[in-house]
Design a protein around this ligand. Structure first.
Ligand code: PMP
Length: 300
């Protein structure tokens, strides 16, 4: 692997690749796989945090379970032990001297240029230091001209490599138009999610979030719902129109990479409630507390 001009690696970086720790600079891969050519692979995005009890990978079990499920949903064999992958993830962080970090496991296919089932699979885990994915400032969103993929075209609940073309198109469209990020509707025209984050909005003291079905079931989304239950915040899942969202008091995105980040406007329509006074802000603080200090134990 060429480590020149690669912001994620130095010549000293280790990867976990097909059962072994290897220097990134000494790792090679085939160029004729279905993942590179057709986007047929699955991945995860996981964060580790420096906590009072040392480095902790947040929701490691949930992430590796989703990786397994993503592979199974698209018929990629997954024969790894989740406990072993978690152990190797901790070792990888240690080998790379990382504490606050982002981990990226990816399952990708062996050489096979046809559209038949994979001839073999590979698993790589890499890790790097990554600041908050959407920055720390409140976001100006625009409603994308792209909708989220139809759940009958793909397995929307799986975190599949090729699905991210939709995300890349939407993000770049928003950025080219001067916005920070996109908001995507689903194929039926209801509010769905961001290119890499789930959406919540607040109205009259209640929190609302799009129901599962046309979105990625985010692990942070599940954590926020758990936090709401713990904090006594009313939360409702459902199908919501763009109009309902635009009439909201406040809104935020959440995701492993993005964490919890406030949204200030959508298509230049500002939300009236000050972010500092919103439920989102309260949850942003609560989320930071559980990932960094393990203040109370949510299911890992
Ligand atoms: N939606 C999409 C499309 C995503 O890519 C992500 C990031 N994985 C999320 C939502 C948030 O998911 P999670 O909280 O599991 O990171």
């Amino acid at each position: 692997m060429n480590t020149k001009n690669n912001p994620y690696y130095s010549s000293e970086t280790f990867l976990f690749y097909n059962g072994e720790f290897k220097k990134a600079s000494e790792t090679t891969t085939d160029l004729f796989g279905q993942t590179l050519h057709y986007g047929y692979g699955a991945f995860e995005g996981i964060r580790s945090y420096k906590t009072d009890e040392g480095t902790k990978i947040f929701k490691a079990v949930a992430h590796y379970e989703r990786l397994k499920k993503s592979c199974e949903l698209i018929n990629i064999p997954f024969e790894y032990s989740l406990e072993d992958l978690i152990e190797k993830s901790y070792q990888l962080l240690e080998k790379n001297n990382l504490d606050d970090a982002y981990l990226r496991p990816i399952v990708f296919c062996d050489p096979n240029m046809s559209l038949t089932k994979p001839t073999g699979v590979n698993l790589m885990i890499c890790a790097w230091k990554w600041g908050t994915y959407l920055g720390d400032n409140l976001l100006h969103l625009s409603v994308s001209s792209y909708c989220r993929p139809h759940p009958k075209s793909i397995k929307i609940e799986a975190k599949v490599c090729g699905h991210y073309i939709n995300s890349i198109l939407a993000t770049n469209e928003a950025k080219n138009n001067g916005f920070d990020e996109a908001l995507l509707l689903d194929c039926e025209g209801y509010v769905a999610e961001g290119p890499g984050a789930n959406l919540f909005f607040e109205k009259n003291g209640t929190l609302f979030t799009p129901q599962l079905g046309n979105i990625l079931p985010g692990i942070t989304r599940a954590t926020i719902i758990e936090l709401c239950n713990n904090l006594g915040i009313k939360i409702q899942e459902g199908q919501f129109t763009l109009d309902q969202l635009l009439q909201a008091d406040a809104a935020f995105y959440c995701g492993t990479a993005a964490e919890v980040i406030g949204i200030t406007s959508i298509d230049k329509k500002e939300f009236p409630l000050d972010w500092e006074e919103s439920l989102g802000k309260k949850l942003q603080i609560a989320y930071k507390n559980i990932v960094t200090a393990n203040q109370f134990s949510l299911q890992n």
